[in-house]
Design a protein around this ligand. Structure first.
Ligand SMILES: O=P(O)(O)OC[C@H]1O[C@H](OP(=O)(O)OP(=O)(O)O)[C@H](O)[C@@H]1O
Ligand SMILES: Nc1ncnc2[nH]cnc12
Length: 299
């Protein structure tokens, strides 16, 4: 099974290693990933009606649909909160062109964790997302048994999310870090190759598992993690990511439903690394609230 992506740009950014076409964009930084121009709006954030989540089997809608009979007022309110959280989170990301290798536009999520407000927004957004797509209620125990987080950035929020959902947390680690009998998967990712492991007894047969990570790029890491969960006998019910680089079509490698808070990648501005148009002088200080909508995708 492959999941369908809603994206604002089907093409890899010019300069990305997977795009061999010459850039048609004006840039004085030819060696960097010259992404869709900042002047090109991201429809996921500027659409007149923010997208709402829909339970499995239903199509997505918008706030107007909700008012016209799709959703309860409470559901519409939480969809509106989610839209605002997503915009806040996107503005909290920093970008570093050509890191860790030429052509990669690196999305730095660390400012989100450095800010109590943004960190809180992230956990809330993930909780809402999971409550919506896995039919749980925030604050109550979900029927998800285990959150699996991928080393390293999946460790930043996976355990917190597991606590909120009343689930366990199990790590997928890079090879050689876990003691005892382990299952192993080798994979390719956006910038290189790696090997993941899980402890063989970490998941009980049939447990409902959600794999979480910060970013899905080529999908290599997530696919390897999903394979490990299944090798251990887990019931992989889905993937949740903070962000999806949709032009890399990573979700096509995954055979469980994929849910993301943010989709697409647009170079913010031609500023020095780490600086954003919102904070040209102070790269360490992200914008904390901007309101508006971002993206969610259904398989
Ligand atoms: O979809 P893919 O192309 O596989 O890329 C996504 C993976 O790349 C990053 O991890 P990285 O391996 O850089 O490790 P880190 O989290 O330890 O920085 C990111 O956190 C994802 O796990
Ligand atoms: N472009 C990117 N930015 C941050 N993390 C990544 N992991 C894979 N690709 C990435």
């Amino acid at each position: 099974m492959s999941a369908q992506s809603v994206s604002f740009d089907q093409h890899p950014p010019h300069g990305h290693p997977s795009n061999t076409e010459p850039s048609t964009q004006k840039s004085d930084k030819p060696s960097t990933a010259s992404h869709p121009p900042a002047s090109k709006p991201d429809p996921t954030e500027t659409a007149p009606h923010p997208k709402l989540h829909a339970p499995h089997g239903k199509t997505g809608g918008n706030i107007e649909d909700a008012a016209q009979g799709g959703l309860t007022p409470a559901a519409a309110a939480s969809a509106s909160e989610q839209s605002s959280l997503k915009m806040t989170l996107r503005n909290g990301l920093r970008q570093f062109p050509d890191f860790p290798s030429p052509g990669i536009l690196f999305e730095d999520i660390m400012p989100i964790f450095a800010s109590h407000a943004l960190h809180t927004s992230l956990i809330r957004a993930l909780e809402l997302q999971i409550a919506d797509v896995f039919n749980t209620s925030t604050g109550e125990k979900s029927d998800i048994d285990v959150i699996v987080g991928l080393e390293s950035r999946g460790f930043l929020f996976g355990p917190t999310l597991a606590l909120r959902l009343g689930a366990g947390f199990v790590p997928v680690r890079k090879k050689g870090k876990l003691p005892g009998d382990c299952a192993t998967e080798t994979f390719k990712k956006e910038y290189g190759e790696d090997v993941f492991q899980m402890q063989s007894d970490a998941i009980q047969k049939g447990q409902k598992v959600v794999v979480v990570d910060d970013i899905i790029a080529t999908g290599g890491s997530a696919a390897a993690a999903g394979n490990l969960v299944r090798k251990l006998g887990g019931n992989l019910v889905g993937y949740v990511f903070m962000m999806e680089l949709d032009f890399l079509k990573g979700r096509d490698k995954l055979d469980a439903p994929v849910h993301t808070l943010l989709s697409g990648q647009e170079e913010k501005l031609d500023l020095p690394p780490g600086q954003t148009k919102e904070n040209p002088q102070d790269p360490a200080k992200p914008v904390t609230d901007a309101g508006g909508a971002a993206a969610d995708e259904k398989p």
